[in-house]
Design a protein around this ligand. Structure first.
Ligand code: PFF
Length: 451
C-alpha cells in the first residue's frame, strides 16, 4: 500500500476531528425534533440500538478501510481488492453523496450564520414573543433572494480557510478548540433551560417512551438519523480513517466518537425542550423548531435573551462548521489524489462547486421555487436523495465490501493493530458487519423507496 504522509498528530486529535464531523446540525437541530415527533424515549431506545449496533460498526468499517488502504475512497476500495476494481464505484458513490450533503448542509449552515448575526444585532430580540412575527421573519429570511446566499458564502469561506490550513494545523487544531467550546456552550444552555419553571415537562417529553408514536416511519427516521449523525455512509470516515495513527485502537476510537455524539444529541434535547415547555410553546415545531420556536423562547427571557440566543446560534454554527469541514476535506483529498494536484486546487474547486449548488438549493425555496423535479423543489429533491437513497446505499456497499470482499486478514490486522491488541470484540464486530448490518440496511433501503 502507498503511504500518505498526512495524518492526525495523536489519538486525541483523531477523536476530536471525527467528533467534530459527527456532532453537527444533525445533533442540535435534527435530533431533538425527530425524537419529539416519534415518541421521545421510545425513539431514543431504537436510535441507541441503531447507533451502537449499526452506526458504530459502519464507522469502524470505514476507519479500517481508510487506514488499511491509505487512500481516499475510490482508490481505497480498489487497492484492497485490485482484482475487483468495480468496487471503486462504492467509493465514488460516497464522494457524490458527500458533495450533495455538503451543498445542502451549506444552506442550513448559512441560515445559522445569518441567525448569529441577527441575534447579535438584536434583530431577533426586537420581534417580541408572539409566534407569527418570528415565523414570518424566518420565512422571509429563508426565501429572500440574496440574504441566505450571502451568509452561505461567508460560512463556505470559513470552511475553506480551515481546509487550506491542512489536516493537522487546520482540521485537527480547529476541532481541538471548537469541540470543548461547543460542550461548554451547550452545558450553559442546559443549565439555563433546566432551571426554568416547569422544565420537567420537557425532560418528560424527551425521555418518557410513547410507543404509540413509534411507527415504521419512526424506525426509518431513527436509522437515517443514526447514519447522518455519525457521518457514515458517505466515505468521509474512510478519509479520516486514512489519517488515524497506526497505533490507534479503532474500536475504542469509534466507540468514543459514538458516545460523545449521542451525549451531545441528548444534551441538545435537554437544552431545547425544557425551555420550549416552560415558555408554553408547541414542541412539535418540526424542522422549524430551532429557527421559529427558540427565538420566542429566548425573547421571553427578558434582556438575558440576547445573550442566550447568541450563544445558541453560535453553538449551532460551530457544530456545523466542523461537520462541513469534514465533508469538504473528503472531497478535497479525493480530487487531489486523483488529479495529482495540490490540496489548494481541490479545495477551491469544491468550495466553488458546493457553494454554487448550495445557492441554487437555497434559491429553490424563494425565487426558484417554481423549478420542480418530480413535483419537488430542488431543495426537497436533494433532501430526499440525501436521506433515503444515497447514504443507506453507500453504507450497504461499504459494509458488504468489508464483510465479504476485503481479505479477512486485512480486517483483523487493522482491528487488532497487527495482533498487538487482543481484539476481544472482533468476533462480534465481524458478525454484525457480515450479517446484521447488511440485512438491516437492505430492509431500510427497500422500505424507504417503497414508502
Ligand atoms: N454528522 C453531521 C451532523 O450530525 O450534523 C452531518 C454530516 C457530516 C454528515 C459529515 C455526513 C458527513 F460526512
Amino acid at each position: 500500500m502507498s503511504t500518505q504522509q498526512k495524518s492526525f498528530s495523536s489519538n486525541l486529535g483523531a477523536i476530536m476531528a471525527a467528533v467534530g464531523s459527527a456532532v453537527g446540525l444533525g445533533n442540535i437541530w435534527r435530533f431533538p425534533y425527530t425524537c419529539g415527533k416519534y415518541g421521545g424515549g421510545a425513539f431514543l431506545i431504537v436510535y441507541l440500538g441503531f447507533v451502537f449496533f449499526l452506526g458504530a460498526v459502519l464507522m469502524m468499517s470505514e476507519f479500517i478501510i481508510g487506514r488499511r488502504a491509505q487512500h481516499t475512497p475510490v482508490k481505497a476500495f480498489q487497492a484492497l481488492r485490485p482484482d475487483r476494481k468495480g468496487w471503486g464505484l462504492i467509493g465514488l458513490l460516497g464522494i457524490v453523496t458527500s458533495f450533495f450533503i455538503l451543498s445542502q448542509y451549506l444552506v442550513l449552515s448559512g441560515w445559522t450564520t445569518g441567525y448569529v448575526w441577527e441575534a447579535i444585532t438584536g434583530s431577533l430580540a426586537s420581534l417580541g414573543t408572539s409566534a407569527a412575527p418570528i415565523s414570518d421573519y424566518f420565512t422571509q429570511f429563508s426565501t429572500d433572494s440574496w440574504k441566505p446566499a450571502l451568509f452561505l458564502a461567508i460560512f463556505s469561506v470559513l470552511v475553506l480557510l480551515v481546509i487550506l490550513g491542512g489536516v493537522q494545523k487546520g482540521i485537527e487544531n480547529v476541532s481541538k478548540v471548537l469541540m470543548p467550546v461547543l460542550v461548554v456552550l451547550i452545558l450553559v444552555l442546559c443549565v439555563r433551560s433546566l432551571t426554568l419553571p416547569g422544565a420537567y415537562k420537557g425532560v418528560e417529553y424527551l425521555f418518557s417512551p410513547d410507543f404509540s408514536k413509534l411507527t415504521g416511519e419512526g424506525i426509518l427516521a431513527a436509522l437515517g438519523q443514526s447514519l447522518f449523525s455519525l457521518s457514515v455512509g458517505m466515505g468521509v470516515m474512510i478519509v479520516y480513517g486514512s489519517y488515524i495513527p497506526v497505533n490507534d485502537n479503532i474500536f475504542k476510537t469509534a466507540m468514543w466518537i459514538t458516545v460523545c455524539d449521542t451525549l451531545i444529541a441528548v444534551l441538545a434535547g435537554l437544552a431545547i425542550f425544557p425551555a420550549v415547555f416552560s415558555c408554553g410553546f408547541d414542541p412539535a415545531g418540526g424542522p422549524g423548531l430551532v429557527f421559529c420556536v427558540l427565538p420566542n423562547v429566548f425573547n421571553s427571557m427578558g434582556s438575558a435573551g440576547i445573550v442566550f440566543s447568541t450563544i445558541f446560534f453560535l453553538l449551532l454554527m460551530v457544530a456545523a462548521l466542523t461537520s462541513a469541514i469534514s465533508l469538504l476535506e473528503a472531497l478535497t483529498a479525493t480530487i487531489s489524489e486523483h488529479l495529482g494536484t495540490c490540496r489548494v486546487v481541490g479545495a477551491v474547486l469544491f468550495f466553488i462547486l458546493s457553494t454554487l449548488f448550495g445557492v441554487i438549493f437555497s434559491l429553490s425555496m424563494g425565487p426558484l421555487s417554481h423549478v420542480k423535479l418530480a413535483g419537488l423543489t430542488l431543495f426537497d429533491s436533494v433532501d430526499r436523495l440525501n436521506s433515503i437513497y444515497l447514504p443507506p446505499l453507500c453504507a450497504l456497499g461499504t459494509v458488504v465490501f468489508l464483510g465479504w470482499v476485503m481479505p479477512e486478514h486485512d480486517v483483523h490486522d487493522e482491528f487488532t493493530n497487527h495482533g498487538v491488541l487482543s481484539g476481544r470484540f472482533y468476533g462480534m464486530f465481524r458478525f454484525l458487519a457480515r450479517y446484521v448490518v447488511p440485512v438491516a440496511l437492505l430492509v431500510v433501503f427497500v422500505s424507504g423507496i417503497l414508502m
